[in-house]
Design a protein around this ligand. Structure first.
Ligand SMILES: *Cc1c(COP(=O)(O)O)cnc(C)c1O
Length: 430
């Protein structure tokens, strides 16, 4: 098919996520045919650097030969097999390997298919845990302002104050959340006070540790963030509140450590993983739980966790997720993030003096800045996006927030080229 035919059919029949019906009247639509390493290639052979790793999933580069081989091998033996009275080696091995590398005490793995379901699973585990273990009044969750935990109804409830969820108030449950504070120090303080005051009602607190992704790449100040997480851990333990960390975005090395909570040496009660989890090859996710939580589900049929998904533990996804972990080891991916993350931060900082740029920030393999005050509904970010496309970079913004979340296999020369071209793209919008 020709490009124009594909676009025509797309506009006629495909409903795009987060995209207005008018968007493509003014914004070009890329028709991608293939991808390799850090690059996307469109149907006319034009290449674009994938600066957002396809919504943050692609850490190892597109079409990594080992991941491709892994899928090919697995698909010939067992493509799908539910976990209903059945099990298989990929799921079992993956669960063991995850528990081996996860923060202490996380000994049980519940598989699902995406970030939102990994959070839904955590919410339902926490709820049922207290319902059937003598504390039915513990049924509320607390989150920070600006949280994003996914687009299914439960996950959306946690982020109810955001642009993604404003329309859905009527179907969301109530969440405990402090008012927006003037800085992170005050935010953390208010949150701890709130958790203390609502301790009798709270089943869990849910957080994206260190970087709030979808709400504009908002980064915690690191040392303060470490202290906050440690205090919160102590507080939640004292009051028997489950600490649920959503590392769907920040996990798997994005912030520099395998799990962001490793920075604080804090072990959550439930840990949600997806995105980089399957290296951008498959929709796959996991919710890890502390052993004591599983103990609360021991017993007969009336105590079983009443939650599941058709593709729980899918063998293709599980095999790929195992290979991802091996590649992290063999290719020293975390060491790469340390080295190139530091270089990215250094180069990013050189943009500080440029006009129209504010809130320059970076952590691990994330670099962000703002080109306006209007947040997700800002329009200058989209002008930058178009200017970057002309320079062969796919730089999809969060409104007025411009960010890079590139694959970790990025090279030094790519970083130089990217940062220079982001600067030029911003300059061009004036
Ligand atoms: C992307 C994201 C989700 C939702 O993941 P999906 O796979 O899009 O459902 C949940 N939490 C965080 C922190 C995310 O970044």
């Amino acid at each position: 098919m020709e490009r124009d035919q594909i676009v025509e059919l797309d506009l006629k029949h495909v409903w795009h996520p987060y995209t207005s019906s008018e968007h493509h009247a003014s914004m070009p639509m890329l028709v991608i045919r293939s991808a390799k390493g850090c690059w996307l290639e469109d149907i006319n052979g034009q290449r674009y650097f994938d600066a957002n790793g396809q919504w943050w999933v692609n850490t190892l580069g597109h079409a990594h030969p080992r991941l491709v081989k892994c899928v090919q091998d697995q698909v010939e033996t067992l493509a799908h097999c539910s976990l209903g009275d059945l099990t298989h080696e990929p799921a079992v091995e993956l669960a063991k390997e995850l528990c081996d590398i996860a923060p202490a005490g996380l000994g049980k793995v519940f598989f699902s298919d995406n970030g939102s379901t990994s959070v839904e699973t955590a919410l339902k585990i926490a709820t049922q845990y207290f319902q059937q273990n003598g504390r039915p009044e513990k049924k509320r969750f607390a989150t920070l302002a600006g949280a994003f935990h996914g687009d299914t109804a439960g996950a959306m409830s946690l982020g109810v104050d955001g642009v993604f969820t404003a329309m859905f108030g009527p179907i969301l449950f109530e969440v405990v959340r402090p008012l927006q504070a003037r800085d992170w120090g005050q935010t953390f303080q208010r949150f701890l006070e709130l958790v203390e005051s609502k301790r009798e009602d709270l089943a869990g607190v849910v957080l994206e540790p260190f970087i709030q992704g979808a709400h504009g790449m908002r980064m915690w100040p690191e040392a303060q963030g470490v202290r906050f997480l440690q205090e919160l851990r102590a507080l939640t333990k004292t009051h028997h509140i489950l600490l649920i960390l959503d590392e769907v975005f920040v996990g798997y090395g994005r912030t520099g450590r395998m799990f962001a909570c490793d920075k604080a040496e804090v072990s959550p009660d439930l840990l949600c993983l997806s995105k980089a989890f399957s290296g951008g090859m498959f929709p796959m996710a996991a919710t890890l739980a502390q052993d004591f939580i599983y103990e609360g589900f021991r017993g007969g049929a009336d105590r079983a966790l009443l939650h599941g998904h058709t593709y729980c533990g899918n063998p293709l996804g599980a095999s790929v997720a195992r290979e991802v972990l091996r590649i992290y080891k063999d290719e020293q991916i975390l060491e790469r993030v340390a080295t190139w993350g530091e270089y990215l931060a250094f180069r990013w900082q050189t943009l500080a003096a440029r006009r129209g740029i504010s809130n320059l920030r970076s952590m691990g393999m994330v670099a962000a800045l703002d080109v306006g005050e209007d947040g997700y509904h800002g329009t200058r970010g989209w002008k930058v996006y178009e200017a970057a496309l002309r320079r062969n970079i796919y730089l999809r913004p969060l409104g007025d927030t411009i960010y890079l979340t590139p694959p970790f296999v990025i090279e030094k020369s790519d970083i130089d080229w990217l940062v220079d071209n982001v600067a030029e793209s911003i300059e061009e919008t004036y």
